[in-house]
Design a protein around this ligand. Structure first.
Ligand code: NOJ
Length: 571
């Protein structure tokens, strides 16, 4: 059973019928291969995660999101699922998962699992049936098309020019049995399901029920834009050279107008959202409290329009899109001021339950502390913990883990230089968690771990940072604790402060007459912003050298150190 109804009754004020565990939740993303290995094979697993739950409890997170742990040939490290209702033996057993759920709930940690609806593995039984003939019952569960033409040497040509996200090669794979192509928007071992087929939609809804019945609290839903493509399968147009940004990988030579992002996606997701609202998954007092967060990078659209289409198209009581501005925007006060002000103004029109879901890192993006100077990354921690809504912390970000350079003979990620992620793949941000200065950073006793450890693990690890009052980890713990203690942060309104100082972003959170302010200096120089409200005590600063936390402030102006972010009580 989910813990949420009990919690709701015991812990939240009686008048708070609109409040749910998701409000203000800090969600910690665990990449199971890299978190903790319990059996010495060099790959993390579910018993390993269970052994680290006390750490997560101490960190203070409200929920974990587990990247896929399902049976998989691991062509895309679990995002190629061969069975939606089990656990891969590398990660443990279904009983291990049930134990994880129980132990997490016993510590008031909610559990979200990854749901991958766009594609399965080519080793899924559904695909085996679908490819077996053109007239089997699952024949059109996947997207099969005849060759557009055949070259004189007999080579069949794909039906259109769509490209595979991971490699930038054709998204079509010829199959000798059916003598047809199947579509794979990602790896050739990840055939796309045919979401136009109601039987497919019903099957995925059943998968959701399977995990909800076990007691999971929600889903992170993978790659949702690809569920809906142009039904005419028209070619994607080329990117006009004037608008091509950066070194063009093959994938980026096209605008993906037809191969993804068609409006039916909202109807499909609404069918999934309806599952979360079924009576079986409501609390004892009839409230919905299971939730799904959808992964869709705005790609070529205005991010505001892209995000709002989800809030308007899928019931925001049970679903929200990730806000990926923390991954795509430049680190510039002006840009953030505009983006936050417009996003929250638009959200306010989507009803009281519409939830922002901020992510500043994940398993597909370079590490925060490698994208920005470390002082700025500490400022981002303050920002992400003081913004409204859910916030997602990728494992290791709380100790400022860096990207790791992967030697050519240790590369694992199937994404190649031709794909959307460009050179280097995603291994650098997926290396083992750094727990201590012991063998393999305490992650594993194996002779060789699946990806190499960071060189700095002997000095940069959880054990060392726990002892250091100025560490990244101590800062995160303080911030997460603040979020727990402070209704203003969990439930408060949000407004961006007008600012005359160009390099400072400021915003105010307010709730039941209380106000809190965050100020962030985006520049490498100290600044003294002037405000039209009075700041009081500084509750936390990102910079251990800051003097702001040492004394009671009562001023409309404070000095911020380079890149410093600070959080204040305000009059
Ligand atoms: C998005 C996931 O985050 C990524 O890791 C994966 O490769 C693709 N979707 C395909 O499932």
């Amino acid at each position: 059973m989910s813990i949420t109804s009990a919690q709701k009754k015991n812990k939240l004020p009686a008048d708070s019928h609109l409040r749910r565990w998701v409000d203000g939740a800090v969600v910690y993303q665990v990449y199971p291969r890299s978190f903790q290995d319990s059996n010495g094979d060099g790959v993390g697993d579910i018993p390993g995660i269970i052994s680290r739950l006390d750490y997560l409890k101490d960190l203070g997170v409200n929920a974990v999101w587990l990247s896929p742990f399902y049976p998989s040939p691991m062509a895309d490290f679990g995002y190629d699922i061969a069975d939606y209702r089990d656990v891969d033996p590398q990660f443990g057993t279904l009983d291990d998962f049930k134990k994880l759920l129980h132990e997490a709930h016993a510590r008031s940690i909610h559990v979200m699992v990854d749901l991958v609806p766009n594609h399965t593995s080519d080793e899924h039984e559904w695909f085996a049936q679908s490819r077996s003939s053109r007239d089997n019952p699952k024949s059109d569960w996947y997207i099969w098309k005849n060759a557009k033409s055949t070259l004189p040497d007999g080579t069949p040509q794909p039906p259109n020019n769509w490209l595979d996200v991971l490699t930038g090669a054709s998204a079509w794979q010829w199959d000798e049995t059916r003598r047809q192509f199947y579509l794979h928007s990602f790896h050739a071992k990840q055939p796309d399901l045919n979401w136009q087929n109601p039987a497919v939609r019903a099957a995925i809804c059943d998968v959701m029920r399977f995990w909800l019945d076990l007691g999971v609290d929600g889903f992170r839903v993978d790659a949702v834009y690809w569920m809906a493509k142009n039904p005419d399968f028209t070619d994607d147009p080329p990117v006009h050279p004037v608008y091509a940004k950066g070194p063009a990988t093959n994938y980026h030579t096209l605008r993906h107008d037809n191969s993804m992002g068609w409006p039916e996606v909202y109807a499909y997701l609404s069918e999934m959202a309806d599952v979360l609202k079924e009576p079986a998954y409501r609390t004892a007092d009839g409230e919905t409290d299971r939730f799904m967060v959808t992964e869709a990078y705005p790609e070529g659209k205005s991010s505001l329009d892209a995000y709002m289409a989800f809030y308007q198209g899928v019931d925001p009581a049970v679903a929200a899109p990730f806000n990926f501005d923390g991954l795509v925007l430049p680190w510039q006060a002006r840009t953030w001021r505009i983006s936050l002000a417009s996003f929250h103004a638009a959200m306010a029109t989507c009803g009281p339950r519409a939830m922002a879901c901020y992510a500043f890192g994940n398993h597909d993006q370079h590490r925060l502390a490698s994208r920005w100077p470390e002082v700025a990354a500490r400022g981002i921690a303050v920002m992400q913990c003081t913004l409204p809504g859910m916030t997602f912390v990728y494992y290791g970000e709380e100790i400022g883990m860096h990207n790791v350079t992967i030697p050519a003979d240790r590369v694992q990620d199937p994404a190649t230089t031709g794909g959307a992620t460009g050179g280097g793949g995603r291994d650098p941000e997926r290396t083992p968690m750094q727990w201590s200065d012991e063998l393999n950073a305490g992650f594993s006793t194996a002779g060789r771990t699946w990806l190499p450890l960071a060189d700095d693990y002997r000095t940069n690890n959880v054990a060392a940072q726990t002892k250091n009052p100025h560490s990244f980890l101590t800062l995160y713990k303080k911030l997460i604790q603040l979020r727990h203690d402070c209704d203003v942060l969990r439930y408060g309104d949000f407004a961006v402060l007008p600012m005359v100082t160009p390099h400072v972003l400021g915003y105010v959170r307010s709730f039941e007459g209380k106000r809190r302010v965050t100020l962030i200096n985006f520049s490498p120089e100290p600044v003294v912003p002037e405000l039209d409200l009075e700041l009081r005590t500084c509750l936390v600063s990102s910079d251990p050298r800051s003097k702001l936390t040492e004394s009671f402030v009562s001023s409309t102006s404070v000095e911020l150190l380079p890149y410093e972010a600070a959080f204040f009580e305000a009059a």
